[in-house]
Design a protein around this ligand. Structure first.
Ligand SMILES: CC(C)(COP(=O)(O)OP(=O)(O)OC[C@H]1O[C@@H](n2cnc3c(N)ncnc32)[C@H](O)[C@@H]1OP(=O)(O)O)[C@@H](O)C(=O)NCCC(=O)NCCS
Length: 277
């Protein structure tokens, strides 16, 4: 059967088809994550020629004209290795129109992305574990008056405006906490539920100690297992996670297309999620 149906933008009503395709490749159902992605990103898909759901999908999230994140790229096993992955990624790149594009690649995707011009800049490993609750905390809950300071700090660190994402995050997150500096927020982190775990991300902090404090404080208030996506550029943080009894999950390659990433990435510790940046 021919796979030449156009790449089309999907509506949130099609979220169940995305979950179904993800699950068919042994990914978790992650409905809550898909709701965030549909709200802040563009979900693209190609209909399966046999009429059974989607043949492939990809999510593009733009942050201004500077950076886009691409994630959740999946092709149904029965339609693999026929060029659909390349067509979806090319479409997402054309729609992005940003100076840089960021993604993390599985072993399946890496050769394809490299051929399309992505270069590997690092690796990211999932860690899973539990943290002890800390009664006394350095961080405090977000208040509505913090948002303009948070957006200013985040733009400086991320190098592009994550305005829509950060404004909508409090409604998806269980926790959103801030550490103050002399001129407003110096660091912040959120924790949001994802298929039985709590993801701590984003984490933006003035230094590594502040980042680890935020992770431990939010992790300690999570109801169960915490997931962290840790970048290998900071081996000390990976060691710290292991010392806290966290177990390693899978590793992906962090890849960039176009210009080097902007901002002050030394203060960006965790992404919101690896499908977004
Ligand atoms: C990664 C993934 C999306 C690729 O989708 P795909 O449709 O198979 O991608 P393509 O067909 O464009 O390219 C895949 C390979 O098939 C080859 N190919 C493309 N058309 C082909 C054809 N007609 N005949 C033979 N091979 C072909 C490509 O050259 C490529 O080879 P490479 O991996 O050695 O570079 C798919 O494998 C997948 O969903 N994997 C599971 C989920 C996952 O890991 N997603 C990636 C997250 S980063």
């Amino acid at each position: 059967m021919s796979l030449d149906a156009p790449v089309r933008r999907l509506d949130v009503a099609e979220l169940p088809s995305c979950v179904e395709l993800a699950v068919s490749r042994d990914w978790l159902p992650e409905e809550h994550k898909w709701r965030i992605l549909f709200e802040v990103g563009d979900v693209f898909g190609v209909d399966a020629p046999d009429g059974a759901g989607l043949a492939g999908m990809v999510v593009l999230t733009r942050f201004g004209t500077e950076v886009a994140g691409i994630g959740m790229m999946v092709v149904a096993e029965r339609y693999e290795r026929r060029g659909l992955g390349a067509r979806l990624m090319t479409h997402a790149l054309q729609e992005a129109k940003t100076a840089s594009v960021w993604l993390t690649a599985t072993d399946y995707g890496r050769p394809l992305y490299a051929r399309l011009g992505f270069r590997t800049i690092s690796h990211s490993t999932q860690f899973y574990g539990r943290f002890e609750r800390r009664a006394v905390k350095t961080s405090r809950p977000l208040s509505t008056s913090d948002m303009s300071g948070i957006l200013r700090l985040d733009k400086e660190v991320f190098g592009a405006p994550r305005t829509e994402l950060l404004n909508s995050l409090p409604s998806y997150a269980d926790q959103f906490r801030v550490i103050d500096g002399p001129d407003g927020p110096a660091g912040f982190a959120a924790a949001w539920p994802n298929s039985g775990t709590t993801v701590v991300g984003p984490v933006v902090a003035a230094d590594q100690d502040m980042a680890l404090t935020l992770i431990a404080e939010l992790g300690g208030d999570a109801p169960g297992t915490v997931r962290l996506d840790l970048d290998h550029s900071r081996p000390d943080v990976l060691e710290w996670a292991a010392e806290h009894g966290m177990e390693r999950g899978s590793t992906t390659e962090v890849m960039v297309w176009g210009d080097p990433l902007p901002g002050d990435r030394t203060r960006l510790f965790n992404p919101v999620m690896i499908a977004l940046g």
